[in-house]
Design a protein around this ligand. Structure first.
Ligand code: C5P
Length: 245
């Protein structure tokens, strides 16, 4: 398949193909944190994140959430629908952690009485600042209607993933999603769902099994990513399927 590099982000490269309706996404081992200040390679990360995303997206699709995903092509590559990414990152939180805890002085691990949806402007130069929906509409990043649909889909992703991970011994603390628009104007889930973009805590031990191991120098980064691939692709454990909060 012919490929023309289109865009290189911190963790992935996007290529145009001979089919104008499809892109190829290549997942890299490169890891960055604190807006690119901290950089390293996490061996096997690209393959793990590609595999986890390729495992989850078809299940989300089957649950009625449209996505850009078409198929996994290789260890580190997948074929996706060509969409225009909405420059608004959507964070969904079940439990206080990370920037939410820091900003509001709420101890990490405090359960939230309802899921919280936050919006950030997707801008490396500005460090993905927190915004609200009025800002996104006022600056032309998304319409009110698109943002309503994005919020609805983000919460449906949460309603699918939270019990999915619980059944595999993982608490889904929070996660970040990106959405794209097709040429026909449909809003679809894009980007990835992986230990780079979610907080995963082991339900039994509380151990962090996500990128916080890299951000916070906790060690065992590769092992945590490999363990999450194992959990995601494992069968649900009977009786554990219960939503957080
Ligand atoms: O840092 P913060 O607490 O805001 O992160 C919330 C969630 O969003 C975490 O799961 C984090 O991995 C994810 N995130 C992301 N990309 C960003 C910011 C946060 O994947 N640029």
């Amino acid at each position: 398949m012919k490929r023309e590099p289109l865009y290189e982000g911190k963790a992935k490269r996007v290529y145009a193909t001979e089919n104008p309706h499809e892109y190829v996404v290549e997942y890299k081992d490169d890891a960055t944190a604190f807006n690119g200040v901290k950089r390293a390679q996490i061996l096997g990360k690209g393959a793990v994140n590609n595999a986890i995303t390729a495992h989850l997206f078809p299940q989300l699709e089957a649950a009625g959430i449209p996505t850009h995903f078409i198929e996994r092509l290789s260890d580190t590559e997948q074929r996706v629908r060509a969409v225009t990414i909405v420059p608004v990152e959507v964070i969904v939180r079940n439990v206080a952690a990370g920037s939410f805890s820091k900003r509001l002085g709420v101890e990490e691990g405090t359960p939230l009485a309802r899921p919280v949806v936050e919006y950030c402007y997707k801008s490396d130069a500005l460090g993905d600042p927190l915004i609200n929906r009025d800002t996104a509409v006022a600056l032309g990043w998304a319409s009110e209607e698109d943002l309503g649909r994005i919020r609805e889909l983000a919460l449906r992703v949460r309603d699918f993933l939270t019990p999915y991970f619980a059944a595999r011994g993982i608490r889904l603390i929070d996660f970040k999603l990106e959405f794209g628009k097709t040429p026909g104007g449909q809003v679809v889930l894009a980007d990835e769902i992986s230990p780079d973009t979610c907080r995963f805590w082991d339900a039994a031990t509380g151990e962090k099994l996500d990128k916080d191991r890299f951000r916070r120098d906790l060690g065992g980064v590769e092992e945590a990513y490999a363990e999450m691939l194992r959990r995601v692709t494992s069968e649900a454990e009977g009786g554990k399927q219960k939503a957080e909060g």
